[in-house]
Design a protein around this ligand. Structure first.
Ligand code: PMP
Length: 291
């Protein structure tokens, strides 16, 4: 496998970064997870834009333009002949001292991995998944804003540990007010009385690009979509529920804290949106090979 690192493609075995990199020492950095479908990189420009916004928020100056970054993603996919897969784009603060000061890190490190991912077992896309709500509170927006896609994922990892300890694969995180924020690595939607609802990002969610795409797809299909504060009660009493994410795509939730959601099977609006999403990805990508 070829990895983009330090401005060029290198063999996987040579793709190494320093133990003094603050991305490793402090989780000081940002990233994107991107999908490629049918030879196209899905929502590439939006991912690159969000990466640069995350960088801005943590006062990190990426030593490339947005166009150069997009080109580097395409180049990495091409080098690995990846037409369907998952791309991890990472920018770390770079090499510094054994102290926090990010200004002593002179050169951010950029690397890109173009590979594969299977986040949840394939059969769960048919049957739907069970989740629990967890005690780990989603980061306060004025601590680490969840809109920043930072390398500091311990908040989410701690939540994920609780999920796995409870015998499920994903969880719902609440903010300090007990409002639904998001899943440990996905956004949350419910359907209630035919209306699609998702928490506003200020409740403690990443401004997910799959979330945005699903909102657009749903509105185009004539559904009403509302950004609404949700409490656990709203999950328990929802008619349908699903999660969205680049890696997760669209996956139904059929049980929350041992309350069956709706009929206990993926709802028909969820299944319809899953199908529409599969079509949507065909038309919203940057070609990898024929440019
Ligand atoms: N929330 C979190 C915490 C995430 O890490 C992700 C991405 N894995 C999402 C939501 C979904 O965002 P996107 O659709 O842009 O991948």
């Amino acid at each position: 496998m070829k990895i983009f690192l330090g401005g060029k493609l290198v063999d996987e075995a040579d793709a190494k970064i320093s133990v003094f990199d603050h991305g490793l020492l402090y989780g000081d950095g940002i990233f994107e997870g991107i999908r490629a479908y049918h030879g196209k990189v899905f929502l590439l420009d939006q991912h690159v834009k969000r990466l640069f916004e995350s960088a801005k928020a943590i006062a990190l100056e990426i030593p490339m333009t947005q166009q150069e970054m997009a080109d580097a993603v395409i180049k990495t996919c091409r080098a690995n002949e990846l037409s369907d897969g998952y791309i991890r784009l990472v920018v770390t603060r770079g090499v510094g001292t054994l102290g926090l000061n990010p200004y002593l890190c002179k050169k951010p490190e950029v690397f890109i991995i173009a590979a594969k991912i299977q986040l949840y077992p394939i059969e769960l896309y048919e049957t739907g998944m069970k989740v629990v709500t967890v005690g780990t509170v989603r980061n306060h927006p004025e601590a680490i804003n969840p809109r920043i896609k930072s390398l500091n994922y311990l908040n989410n990892v701690l939540a994920k540990i609780e999920a796995i300890n409870s015998g499920v694969l994903e969880c719902i995180m609440l903010n300090g007010q007990g409002q639904v924020a998001e899943a440990s690595g996905d956004n949350v939607f419910v359907v209630k009385d035919g209306v699609l609802k998702t928490p506003p990002v200020w409740c403690g969610a990443l401004d997910g690009l799959t979330r945005r795409a699903v909102i657009q797809i749903a509105e185009d299909a004539g559904l009403t979509v509302k950004e609404d504060v949700l409490q656990r009660y709203d999950l328990f009493t929802a008619d349908e529920m699903f999660l969205t994410g680049t890696a997760a795509e669209v996956i139904a939730v059929i049980d929350v804290d041992r309350r069956s959601i709706g009929t206990g099977k993926p709802g028909h609006i969820t299944v319809d949106l899953q199908n529409r999403f599969k079509e949507f990805v065909k038309d919203n990508g940057t070609p990898i090979f024929d440019t």
